[in-house]
Design a protein around this ligand. Structure first.
Ligand SMILES: *Cc1c(COP(=O)(O)O)cnc(C)c1O
Length: 369
């Protein structure tokens, strides 16, 4: 089976994880610090904190910014639902913004329109920008809009480790950047995540929130400064993360080569729409959009019979039952998100594939179409 994605775990990593398991020092210690240092260097970030998952990273970001029940947060209508779920968990109001049909990212014009037209009782407080599938969102425009309307910016870079905009790593533009190291993402620690920030105060707050609000005092006793979560990472996850990160530049290079082959083989077909081949894209996922006359379910089934795994890309949040019931959206309200949800087709992409695999996938896809 050609898998949609596949984590690559070296024997060396397995050995390093086993060594830590044998040592008995299992939770948030020197290996977590090493992983944070490595991430910091890689992204040229000011502060990095390892967190137990991408969703926990987003949640702790909102909690640190004290986003709560009197606040509204602007979120792209096409994303993995965790982006919006954390807003709801904090009892804030989710305000959806439609996306661009070619980058799949929040459309800045529609964001500004949504801010101007907003008239609910909760106060606009933040924007969560998603760098969907590793494509850099238009942070230049989004930061301008955020500054104009005095909104915090949280970057959901769960899919976007290695993604750059004008040479700068995404996650470093806004107030807080959030990453995921789930096996479906670019590097993995099993479950895992990270937050990055320029702001010293936010870093301190997040580090308290990550660990029960606990601080160790100079006299060796401890105190609890606020009610926190347990969103710590384990040592064996962190060592795996450090190993993964050291190989990551090669993986991105390979992913780019494979995506170029996809483009060459698929670009002539009028029934497939390819994503904008953006500068700085890290290609966590390669999602094409099929013609509305083609049936995605049938394509997925046919390709599966050829040993090729495909899937949908991400969700249209307004069409999920919780959001649809709570906010009473019309399905037609976010037409691009709807289209991408219904017609997006994620094709296999990981660095264990070679050019022949991509040719085989494209041949079979084109044959079906
Ligand atoms: C994967 C993902 C998340 C959640 O990350 P987890 O580590 O699985 O909790 C959040 N947002 C986006 C855009 C994602 O793709």
């Amino acid at each position: 089976m050609i898998k949609l994605s596949q984590p690559i775990i070296s024997e060396e990593s397995i050995q390093a994880v086993s060594d830590i398991l044998r040592s008995g020092m299992l939770v948030q210690g020197k290996y977590v610090e090493q992983f944070e240092e490595a991430l910091k260097k890689y992204m040229n970030a000011n502060h990095v904190l390892a967190i137990s998952s991408g969703t926990a990273a987003l949640h702790v970001a909102l909690a640190a910014l004290e986003i709560g029940e009197n606040d509204a947060v602007f979120v792209p209508a096409f994303t993995f639902p965790a982006t919006a779920n954390v807003v709801e968990i904090q009892k804030a109001r989710t305000v959806l913004v439609d996306v661009d049909p070619f980058t799949y990212n929040m459309d800045p014009d529609k964001l500004e329109e949504a801010i101007i037209n907003y008239n609910e009782k909760e106060k606009p407080k933040a924007i969560i920008v998603v760098h969907e599938f590793g494509a850099p969102a238009n942070m230049t425009r989004i930061m301008e809009i955020a500054n104009k309307y005095r909104l915090y910016v949280i970057e959901d870079a769960a899919c976007a480790l290695g993604t750059k905009l004008n040479g700068q790593h995404v996650g470093t533009f806004g107030d807080i950047g959030c990453f995921s190291f789930h096996p479906r993402k670019a590097i993995t620690t099993g479950e895992g995540g990270a937050v990055i920030t320029k702001n010293e105060h936010l870093k301190k707050k997040i580090s308290l929130l990550r660990n029960h609000g606990l601080i160790k005092l100079n006299d060796g006793t401890m105190d609890f400064l606020l009610p926190g979560f347990n969103y710590r990472m384990t040592e064996f996850q962190a060592v795996l993360g450090t190993h993964q990160l050291s190989m990551f530049n090669n993986w991105i290079k390979k992913r780019n080569e494979l995506v170029n082959i996809y483009y060459q083989l698929l670009k002539e077909n009028p029934t497939i729409q390819l994503p904008d081949n953006l500068e700085g894209h890290a290609w966590q996922t390669f999602m094409v959009v099929i013609d509305s006359t083609s049936n995605r379910k049938a394509i997925t089934k046919c390709l599966k019979s050829k040993e090729i795994e495909t899937n949908m890309g991400a969700q249209a949040v307004h069409m999920l039952s919780f959001y649809n019931n709570k906010y009473q959206y019309k399905v037609s309200e976010f037409p691009i998100a709807k289209k991408l949800y219904e017609s997006g087709l994620a094709l296999p992409l990981h660095s264990n594939l070679n050019s022949d695999d991509i040719k085989y996938i494209c041949e079979n896809l084109l044959l079906f179409l």
